[in-house]
Design a protein around this ligand. Structure first.
Ligand SMILES: Nc1ncnc2c1ncn2[C@@H]1O[C@H](COP(=O)(O)OP(=O)(O)OP(=O)(O)O)[C@@H](O)[C@H]1O
Ligand SMILES: [Mg+2]
Length: 248
């Protein structure tokens, strides 16, 4: 996955031009988890939406597995899955049917998708809750269903935008740990967007610090083993880069 000198300009209803990304360069290797951290408005979600192919870049090249996510939208379908902040479950479908949703779109048979959905729900600790509706589940459980749905699709790439920020700290910590283990066990490539320096340092094999207008101001590789001293040094470095030009 690469962003090569990517810019994105939005033109609002009154003709105002908003430069959301300006010369964004970022490469994510296969099997790597890159955390993107930056202040509000610095272009994180815009970069994310470009990876999803929701719109085209104004200039530069976005490439996912050698393809243009906007132009080759159909070819990339099913290769990328997203874990949203709130799980984004359909309220009228039970947990199992929510997990099976993407598989339904992929044309997987009813019995296969039920088996895959049940398996992933069990792996996320939700055995016995397959028939529960979202309103019957806690926020943490709903997020587990959202993660199960993502893995059930068996994508190559997993994108997360503030996936755990709506949960209490302890639940988020536990679920984040489980999620990261699954990402590594399954050999997925990931991009994880967060406002939190702490979360970025926990999640990312590499941390890319965004600064407005949308570019990478610095990248930090996380060493294999991270001592408390390394961590506090990295924390300070990331904070210093983020704070150099405060976002609006
Ligand atoms: N569809 C749009 N039309 C016009 N401007 C937009 C649009 N989407 C984003 N922007 C602008 O582009 C800039 C970057 O927005 P973006 O949503 O990518 O930031 P972000 O880093 O995700 O912020 P946050 O941390 O608050 O989610 C902002 O100034 C925003 O107002
Ligand atoms: Mg955003």
């Amino acid at each position: 996955m690469t962003f090569d000198d990517v810019s994105k300009v939005f033109v609002t209803g009154d003709g105002t031009r908003v430069q959301a990304l300006d010369g964004l360069n970022l490469a994510v290797s296969r099997g790597e988890m890159v955390a993107i951290v930056g202040q509000t408005g610095c272009g994180k979600s815009t970069a994310f939406n470009l990876l999803l192919g929701l719109f085209a870049a104004s200039s530069g090249t976005v490439s996912v597995q050698g393809m243009d996510p906007h132009g080759d939208f159909e070819a990339l379908k099913g290769r990328i899955a997203v874990v949203f902040q709130d799980g984004r479950l359909l309220p009228w479908r039970n947990a199992q049917d929510n997990v099976a949703l993407g598989l339904e779109y992929q044309g997987v048979s009813k019995s296969d998708r039920a088996a895959i959905a049940r398996d992933w729900l069990a792996r996320l600790g939700l055995e016995g809750r397959e028939k529960a509706y979202p309103y019957e589940l806690s926020g943490g459980m709903r997020q587990r269903v959202g993660i199960a749905r993502c893995f059930a699709l068996n994508p190559d790439i997993i994108l997360c935008d503030e996936s755990f920020s709506a949960l209490d700290e302890l639940t988020a910590e536990r679920l984040r740990g489980e999620f990261l283990r699954l990402v590594k066990d399954e050999g997925k490539t990931g991009v994880f967007i967060t406002h939190s320096i702490e979360e970025a340092l926990t999640v990312g094999d590499r941390v890319a610090v965004f600064r407005a207008p949308g570019h990478v101001a610095a990248e930090f590789e996380r060493p294999e083993t991270l001592s408390e001293a390394d961590l506090s040094r990295m924390r300070k470095s990331v904070r210093d880069v983020m704070a150099t030009h405060p976002s609006p």
